[in-house]
Design a protein around this ligand. Structure first.
Ligand SMILES: [Zn+2]
Length: 354
């Protein structure tokens, strides 16, 4: 099955081009190829399939269907188990593709260790357990390692333990993503040399020194403003304010730190807030623009930049030979980011799913 979209402006992952013809099967092909189906793209914009850099697959295929219908063709899962469930999700066709951290590493005293059903193997009590933890993630087929950092032990893992996890993950060539929702947790993550932080601090705007260290280290942020907005509403008494997270993102952008779109979409019992799979990414794009990103930067944060960060070389851009994960929207999202909600068609590896 070959599809041609005629007269469509293409957002290639960084900028919007003049109207042209795009032809694709499973991958994006040459401009002259013959098509089985022709779609009129007049007045529309073609985007690379969107990538949500922080999701949780809880209900199984239903979550992946919701992502796909909203134009989210890849989801980066940040905690899922057991390995058989994750493998089953990876094999689903015609829905969003999922990568996973499998089981995250958490400290023995924190909130995560007490979540119902949290597997004991995720609790890491000292640096000597780091290598075995990472080896199990490699055996599970984890695409990256997730660690939950907290401001201080004994609630979370101590600094030496987080450091050892990062070293062990890097020895296996895996990126480390650190959950951090306070400024203290960010400092632990930065000190350990993690590659990606996820969430943004609610207790205060992140300080200049920590931001400078993140920039020097080339750290990437997935602030999940959608989740921080929802969480701040629940924990109002704790001095947690959404504005701290938002203003931190403003400063990340000014400092040149790469910011990726992620929502923490989940349907987990006991989670403080449950962003809905798919539609929440469109909300996140709006929050990123409100925090100071241009609409084009927000689109890159949900396409080319997560692909580059996580080594997904076959997607995130509209380019010859790339995977045909594509989203057609009405209007111009580079002018008005809310146009991404006017989704008229979605293709995953060339198969139309909406
Ligand atoms: Zn999460």
């Amino acid at each position: 099955m070959t599809t041609a979209i005629e007269n469509v402006r293409v957002f290639d992952g960084s900028a919007l081009g003049a109207p042209r013809r795009v032809v694709f099967g499973e991958t994006i092909g040459g401009a002259g190829a013959v098509a089985d189906e022709v779609v009129d793209g007049t007045g529309k914009v073609l985007l690379p399939g969107l990538i949500d850099a922080h999701v949780h697959v809880v209900r199984g295929r239903a979550d992946l269907e919701d992502l796909a219908l909203a134009g989210v063709t890849t989801g980066l899962d940040m905690a899922a188990w057991p390995a058989g469930f994750v493998d089953g999700m990876r094999r689903q066709k015609g829905v969003a593709q999922v990568l996973s951290a499998t089981v995250p590493a958490v400290g023995p005293g924190g909130h995560h260790a007490r979540m119902p059903g949290f597997p004991a193997e995720g609790i890491v009590t000292g640096p000597d357990e780091a290598r075995a933890f990472v080896a199990r993630r490699v055996a599970d087929g984890a695409d990256y390692v997730k660690v939950v950092t907290e401001a201080a032990s004994p609630q979370g893992m101590d600094q030496a333990t987080v450091n050892a996890l990062v070293t062990a993950a890097h020895d296996h060539g895996l990126l480390v993503v650190a959950h951090a929702v306070t400024t203290g947790a960010f400092r632990v993550a930065v000190e350990a040399g993690v590659d990606v932080s996820t969430h943004a601090p609610l207790d205060a705007v992140l300080d200049d020194d920590t931001i400078a260290r993140m920039r020097e280290a080339g750290m990437v942020s997935v602030p999940t403003l959608t989740m921080m907005e929802g969480t701040a509403r629940v924990f109002t008494g704790a001095g947690f304010r959404y504005e701290h997270a938002r203003d931190t993102v403003t400063r990340f952008r000014e400092a040149g730190i790469r910011v990726l779109a992620g929502t923490d979409a989940n349907s987990a019992p006991g989670a403080p807030f449950a962003p809905k799979h798919g539609e929440s990414l469109h909300h996140e794009l709006g929050l990123l623009v409100a925090a100071g990103l241009t609409p084009a930067e927000a689109l890159a944060a949900a396409t080319s930049l997560p692909a580059r960060t996580f080594g997904l070389d076959d997607r995130g851009v509209v380019a010859q030979g790339g995977r045909a994960d594509l989203v057609l929207v009405g209007g111009d999202p580079v002018e008005d980011i809310t146009a991404t909600r006017n989704t008229t068609a979605v293709w995953i590896a060339g198969e139309r799913v909406r």
